[in-house]
Design a protein around this ligand. Structure first.
Ligand SMILES: Cc1cc2nc3c(=O)[nH]c(=O)nc-3n(C[C@H](O)[C@H](O)[C@H](O)COP(=O)(O)O)c2cc1C
Ligand code: SF4
Ligand code: SF4
Length: 399
């Protein structure tokens, strides 16, 4: 679109737009990384590269969509999986990344290598290796939900801020490339974790990854499918990710934030940018909707930017932060009168059922609910659930 500049700069690296494919199945090989870039992503993060052989062999089966009907209708759904790290040995990545690098560059595409070491020496070795392969940035997998019990990678390491700090420092010393720290939403407080990573030397942060979950089959009474814990995420996660991104941005840590966790529509990406993200990562939605979603998201952002008069991503990155009302300043005194539009109401009785204050009553099933203005506490629940949007607040008397 004429006049719209989608480019962003993250720690000195130029991205043609704010959409980056996150580490995962869409980037499981160098060829797949290239496909993402050809499809219009400004960058792609490789599936996590590791020397850990038990991470290189995938459980079978390992992925399932909870509520697939909703996923196909683009409604909230959950993605449950135990996809481990890259099946390819680091040396294969080294060889093949070198080969795809040239074409990626021709598209202006940024290649980010995700790495995970079992020891500080491995973190160091992997950082050197991917730099040698010609990647543009390094991302630290300090977020994988499957890792537990004292390991030095994934979410397991975050129980020790000292070890997180040591990993960041080790990688920082080993490479001259910008280093991105990927946060887990689970375990340590992500804001504290972000501070530890930044003070130890990361140049950018990925705001959130997935949670760990467990789904039990009531017939067999065993965990479903592969039989163990799994990563749990999906579009339902977006408000949590927007919340964490805002919290981290409000700390003004001085490094760019890449918003992530549940992006499936342009509106999600725009929200993350509004609360301070410079760019956005996306994985699950590509797996469900295909690479075409990249252009759909970019097109949606561009159109919205035109409608709002924004010309660049920087024009709106973080502008919502100043509008977030802290708890102690939330409106408490103003009161509204509840009004039910008799033309719209279909007498379904839903509002009566949900009202926690018993402020709505109907004489019988064929009458329109009558609000008791004294009892109504203006909580807003009936307004949001009414299928006909028949209920509204009207300015009433103060206090
Ligand atoms: C099946 C699957 C495999 C993943 N593998 C990796 C991985 O190897 N390394 C990593 O850092 N993140 C991995 N992730 C996490 C994603 O990069 C991303 O942080 C997370 O899924 C949240 O983003 P999304 O909601 O857009 O998927 C994986 C996610 C999924 C769904
Ligand atoms: S929920 Fe809406 S439509 Fe249903 S009874 Fe209440 S006002 Fe009427
Ligand atoms: S706004 Fe809340 S308290 Fe008032 S009638 Fe609706 S549900 Fe009840």
């Amino acid at each position: 679109m004429a006049g719209i500049d989608l480019s962003v700069n993250i720690s000195g690296v130029e991205f043609t737009n704010p959409l980056i494919v996150a580490s995962g199945p869409p980037t499981l090989s160098p060829q797949q990384v290239l496909k993402c870039i050809r499809a219009g992503a400004a960058g792609a993060v490789t599936k996590t590269i590791t020397y850990d052989v038990k991470q290189q062999v995938q459980p079978k089966p390992r992925m399932l969509v909870v509520n697939p009907e909703d996923a196909l209708r683009n409604r909230f759904y959950s993605f449950y999986s135990i996809d481990l790290m890259s099946e390819h040995k680091p040396e294969l990545w080294l060889r093949q990344l070198r080969e795809v690098k040239k074409e990626a560059k021709a598209y202006g595409g940024v290649i980010i290598a995700s790495i995970a070491g079992r020891t500080f020496e491995e973190w160091e070795k992997l950082a050197r290796l991917v730099e040698e392969a010609g990647v543009d940035m390094v991302e630290l997998n300090l977020s994988c939900p499957h890792l537990e019990k004292g390991e030095l990678m994934g979410r397991a390491i975050t129980s020790s801020p000292e070890k997180v700090s040591e990993v960041v420092k080790t990688v920082r010393r080993a490479t001259s490339l910008p280093v991105i720290g990927k946060l887990t939403p689970q375990g340590a407080n992500p804001v504290e974790l972000a501070k530890t990573m930044v003070s130890s030397g990361v140049n950018a942060l990925v705001s959130t990854a997935r949670f760990q979950g467990l789904i039990v089959d009531l017939e067999t009474m065993q965990p479903v499918s592969w039989g163990g814990f799994g990563g749990y995420g999906g579009p339902w996660q977006i408000p949590i990710s927007v919340g964490w991104t805002a919290h981290i941005a409000m700390e003004k840590l001085g490094v760019p934030i890449i918003g992530s966790g549940g992006v499936s529509k342009w509106e999600d990406a725009a929200q993350l940018i509004l609360v301070g993200a410079s760019a956005v990562q996306i994985c699950t939605a590509i797996m469900i909707n295909g690479l075409k979603i990249i252009q759909e998201i970019l097109g949606g952002i561009e159109k919205w930017m035109v409608s709002k008069g924004f010309q660049s991503i920087a024009d709106f990155s973080g502008i919502t932060l100043g509008k977030i009302v802290p708890l102690e300043k939330l409106e408490r005194r103003k009161r509204f009168q509840l009004h039910i539009d008799s033309e719209k109401c279909v007498k379904c009785g839903l509002c009566i059922r949900v009202c926690p204050y018993n402020a709505l009553n109907a004489e019988n099933a064929s009458s329109i609910p009558e609000p008791d203005q004294e009892r109504c506490d203006n909580c807003g629940l009936c307004l949001s659930i009414c299928p006909r949007r028949a209920i509204r607040f009207e300015e009433g008397s103060g206090e």
